[in-house]
Design a protein around this ligand. Sequence first.
Ligand code: NAP
Length: 336
Amino acid sequence: MKAIELTAPRLDAFRAATVATPEPQRGEVLVRLRAASLNFVDVAVASGNYPGPSFPLIPVADGAGEIAALGEGVTKYAVGDRVIAHAKPRWIGGRPRPYEMTQMRGLTLPGSLAEYVALPANAVVPTPAHLSFEAAATLPIAATTAWNATRAADVGPGSVVVLLGTGGVSILTLQLAKAAGATVIITSSSDEKLERARALGADHLINYRTTPDWDGKVLKLTDDLGADLIVETGGSATFARAVNATAPGGTLFTIGFVTGAEAMVDLLPIIIKALRVVGNNTGSVSDLRDAARAIGAAGIEPVIDKVYSQDRAAEAYAHMAAGGRHFGKLAFRLEW
Ligand SMILES: NC(=O)c1ccc[n+]([C@@H]2O[C@H](COP(=O)([O-])OP(=O)(O)OC[C@H]3O[C@@H](n4cnc5c(N)ncnc54)[C@H](OP(=O)(O)O)[C@@H]3O)[C@@H](O)[C@H]2O)c1
């Protein structure tokens, strides 16, 4: 089959390759990949900033397509079914064991810039009927994480949710939180992106460049209470302010390192406000299934800023690595 390989931890080290087509084993399905989507973690892998890869590898964790063949014993899918391939196909549900959590497509397992991938049948989930292949391919990492964030804080009508920036996770959380009836406050470096977020239902907009004390603004908007949920995608530059902007008993969903992974933390506000600082590592196949079901039921359309062909991988990676240039997701349409 045809594939794109990443040959070294460099953002331009992509090459077209022909590799053996995988054979679905007992209990597996062969998925003909039709689309993929890019996540910050893919860029981290290609920049040498993520542990675990050995090169060459088939990059990009997230993908979607249709079943091309069934391994022995698989009855739950038929050839032609549209499915989403989870990024962590060994983690089916429940609390993960370390091995299940660290095995990731595009890192230690073949990724999505290929014609086919063979996966356990219980590691793929049905695609919501209204989604294109490209939209479906945005779900594994970003929607699973966004879903877990809203579940961790029991988000519902009256909840206040704060989202940092307008990347893939923030925008999918915005859409899920609005579908759940929450009030959403979102920050961005760009007024134009904030207006796009407003069009998706965001209630309050803060430009973190012109309002660097965005945490103060969150407190002002919430009668000094703070947010019930902050999805902490920023890392070093945002963590302390996120602690300040979280309401007593609120959830600081700690997932990202866009500005770095180290932070000096004053423990007292966490203790005094009894904050729930919740880590997350994407989630299981079961979490993805629930997220996809919710997105199907709510008719949510993931926002894709730009679609690339697979032979423009270096351009797509550079676009995301530049930071702040996209809104929502970047995707690949796979046509070989
Ligand atoms: N642990 C997990 O489960 C998990 C899962 C998914 C993602 N993540 C992590 O979460 C982070 C976001 O992922 P993503 O895929 O959504 O990335 P992304 O699409 O690249 O979005 C990153 C966004 O961060 C915003 N940003 C940059 N500097 C900021 C700052 N100082 N304050 C506030 N926002 C800032 C920018 O928004 P503007 O352009 O609007 O300014 C940018 O678009 C990454 O670190 C990723 O690795 C973790």
